[in-house]
Design a protein around this ligand. Sequence first.
Ligand code: APR
Ligand code: PHB
Length: 397
Amino acid sequence: MQRTQVAIIGGGPSGLLLGQLLARQGIDTIVLEQRSRAYVEARIRAGLLEPGTVELLHTAGVGARLAREGLVHEGFELAFDGRVERIDLKGLTGEAVTVYGQTEVQRDLGEARDTVGRPVIYEAEEVRLSGLDTGHPRVRYRRGGVEEEIECDFIAGCDGYHGVSRQSIPADRIRTYERIYPFGWLGVLADVPPVSHELVYANHARGFALCSMRSAHRSRYYVQCPLDDRVEEWSDARFWDELRARLPEAYAARLVTGPSIEKSIAPLRSFVAEPMRFGSLFLVGDAAHIVPPTGAKGLNLAAADVRVLCDGLVDHYRAGSDLLLDEYSTRALRRVWKATRFSWWFTTVMHKFSDEIFAARLQLAELELLGESRAAAQAVAENYVGLRFRRAEHESR
Ligand code: APR
Ligand code: PHB
């Protein structure tokens, strides 16, 4: 029988970030990950960090490479109707975002965990949770054919949408909300210079496109595609032609193309589970909520959950108070629904849902407003850089 204070299910960004922050507070954790380290670190995901997430990564002691290699962006561009509008994040909010691949965040957190002396248990099979509402939670798993058991005070379910944690909550004790979008994102990674030094989100009659990057030499591009498309149907040439067709002329003319080093199609969905706690189990990140990638909120929301849960656990072990822990779900969901709304709105205004002209005209009117109304642009900018937690506001109630 192993013993720890907090058992963390899932060795993705949420699980490792929580483990790092708790270790710095002297709180012991064991992290169980069903996949191998190589698999987890090879996953290609988005790469845009809110300032609050950057701050938290520094607090966790994994900010050095991010500070050296992260690209700080003070704005982004919206392309529509043959024109481009820039959202001046710095001017409108005083803040900037950082482009730094989630793959890099995962790697930094993995290396930091190696120094904690409590290694991640990779390739942990058949993870099962029990005693969640008894005050004596347990985790069982198999590794190398051997049955193992962990006794703990709390369990953090950081195991993503398909994980065991949310499924361990009785059906009558959880509500879920979901919206599936009728299209996917075909993403390509290529070692070519980015078409623009800032991100470009394009609304086009042929569908959405996004120009992003990982560095000055590596670009990440996405085009909206039908959900039932298969990657094999998209040659590199077809991808570049389609992307070029969806960009304003000047961008299309300077687009540098090359062989893809990664190509994949991701579905788009909005999903929220409530509450984010069941007894000793706390759901974190994708285990509790999924947002479409349009607003780049996935990793940032997961980090925000980790911040709230960490505060609660520190208060429990340091001050013997469960006030923050008892409010974890309410506080985390307040932010989750706002980010879910922003990601839904951004997806709705930028993507092609049908050939209906009326809908397309409404989109253009909304986008034009962002170029004409400072207030409208400010609201988008505030959501894009991330809505700051207003602890004081909560405590004053
Ligand atoms: N037992 C142990 N580990 C599990 C189990 C299980 N039964 N099920 C899933 N896992 C692991 C997965 O293999 C994965 O490595 O949990 C991890 C969950 O990681 P993520 O899916 O990355 O979720 P999270 O850490 O919350 O990160 C959220 O990831 O998908 C992006 O857009 C998303 O950016 C967001 C971020
Ligand atoms: C990415 O760089 O992969 C990225 C950036 C912004 C988004 C989504 C994805 O909104």
